[in-house]
Structure formats: C-alpha cells, structure tokens
Write a protein that binds this ligand. Structure first.
Ligand SMILES: *Cc1c(COP(=O)(O)O)cnc(C)c1O
Length: 268
C-alpha cells in the first residue's frame, strides 16, 4: 500500500534525523522518545502506525483521544490483541478540568499540566479511579477492550505528568510562567497520585528552528535549576520539547520526548 510505504519512509527519516541530532549533541539516541502526534492523521494511518510498532501516540484534544482509543482498541481486538497494554496515549494539548475524568483511564502521560488546580483535579480523579469508581470507559472504548484496558488502573500506580512552561512570553496562550515553575513543581510533587516527570514547552511556530532554540535552552535551564534541588524527586527527568519544524534543535538542547505529527504524515 502506497500510503503505508510513505508512512514508514517518513518514520524512518524522522528517526534517523532524531538519532543524528542526539549524536551531534553527544547524547545516546535511546534517551529520546518519539511521540507521534496523530491529530491530523486518518484512522487507517493510525492503525498502520501501530502495525509498524509505534506505540507512543499523542493527541491534543480529549475527544479526539477518546475516539482514537476506541478505534485502535477495536482494531487490536480484531487482531486478538485487545487485552495487551499496547498503545501509550499521550495528552499533549491544553486540558480543561472538566475533561479530566473521561481522559484519565485512557491516558499514559499528560504533557500539559499548567496550573495547580488542574494538577489537583487530576490527583483527585486518579484517587477515584484507583478506588474502582464507575468506569468512564463506556461505549465504544469499553466494547473495544473492556475494563481491562485501563492503563491507569492498578494499585499504587501514579499518573505521569509534565508541567507545561511558557518559555516564550506572550506568543503562547498556555503554560505556566517561568517564574512560577519552581513553586509549582514543589506543590505538584506533594500530590500522591501524580508522578511529576519533568517539563514541557511549545516553541512559537516558525520555519526557522534556530528561532525556537532559545526556548529549548530556556526550558532546559529551568529544568536543571529545579532538578538540582530536592523537591522534584527522582522521576523528574523528562523534557518534552520539539515538533516537526524544530525537533532536531530540541534534541540538541536536551529533549527526552519529541512530539511529531506533520513530518510523519506528510504525503500519506
Ligand atoms: C500538533 C502538536 C504537535 C505536533 O506538531 P507538528 O508540527 O505537526 O509536528 C506537538 N505538540 C502539540 C502540543 C501539538 O498540539
């Protein structure tokens, strides 16, 4: 299938560029994880991604993520793999507090925590989920996998989250201010059901990755200041930064998670 060949070619090229960027910076390429952002892909392309072994997938809206989980779940059930904990879904876009409940049972990691209130809402919802409250997995998702497909179910599991920081000033709507980062990290680290894994940022959209680089440098500096202290905890190790236009610069500046869509689905 032509689409599939294009997709696998795109993936291979992106992975080669990721590895080369890591090597240029003297880093081990295995330290950088690719999250394929599927928001612009059609369902067939997403299924092909899974067949190609891409298991870290991201969406930027809760409703879209729910639809993807249902769709991919049905696909895996047809292949008799429905109960395998296969795809890890990443929520990368802005999250409203009233969308937390349906999202939580489906998601592997949330990259976009940007207020203490949102973190507290997530913590409370995670506690409720652990107590075995009514499964929000009604409808197609439940049909696709039943209550066993709850990546966040299970005693003692904490929900991995990242704190989103606005490193570029007013050009971005979401994300906590740089000056608030340390205080927020301390507060989020006290929430028992969350595991604060690190920081995330979005650079302004630009065709020139060198314009994005200072944003990535800034996030790494904020990260290092915080990671040097004691409050953040040992799990505080991730930097989610870099998209199709600028992921190489982000990796050179220390990204451990890159979120890439357009470069992977172009021409598919
Ligand atoms: C869409 C999106 C991406 C991927 O962007 P591309 O330019 O398509 O690679 C990454 N992060 C977030 C938060 C997004 O919304």
């Amino acid at each position: 299938m032509a689409g599939k060949n294009i997709l696998s070619d795109n993936l291979r090229r992106v992975r080669e560029r990721m590895a080369a960027a890591a090597v240029r910076a003297g880093r081990d390429p295995a330290q950088v994880r690719l999250v394929v952002v599927t928001k612009q892909a059609d369902p067939a392309a997403v299924r092909q991604l899974v067949e190609l072994g891409e298991l870290d997938l991201g969406e930027s809206r809760v409703q879209d993520l729910q639809q993807r989980v249902a769709d991919v779940g049905q696909f895996l059930v047809r292949r008799n793999e429905g109960l395998q904990p296969t795809v890890r879904w990443h929520m990368v876009g802005h999250l409203q507090r009233n969308k937390v409940r349906p999202l939580l049972p489906l998601v592997h990691m949330i990259h976009s925590v940007d207020t203490l209130r949102l973190a507290e809402t997530l913590d409370q919802a995670a506690a409720r989920l652990e107590q075995g409250g009514p499964s929000p997995l009604a409808g197609p998702a439940a049909a696709a996998g039943g209550s066993d497909r709850r990546p966040n179910a299970g005693a003692g599991r904490r929900l991995p989250v990242l704190l989103e920081i606005n490193c570029s000033g007013e050009s971005q709507k979401f994300g906590a201010a740089v000056g608030a980062a340390e205080c927020l990290v301390e507060q989020i680290a006290t929430l028992p059901r969350l595991e604060l894994r690190g920081l995330m940022t979005m650079a302004p959209r630009t065709d020139d990755p060198e314009q994005a680089r200072p944003v990535f440098v800034r996030l790494r500096e904020v990260f290092e200041d915080i990671a040097g202290g004691r409050r953040a905890g040992p799990a505080f190790a991730d930097l989610s930064m870099g998209m199709s236009q600028d992921f190489e610069a982000a990796i050179e500046e220390g990204a451990t998670l890159v979120r890439i869509g357009t470069a992977i689905f172009a021409g598919v």
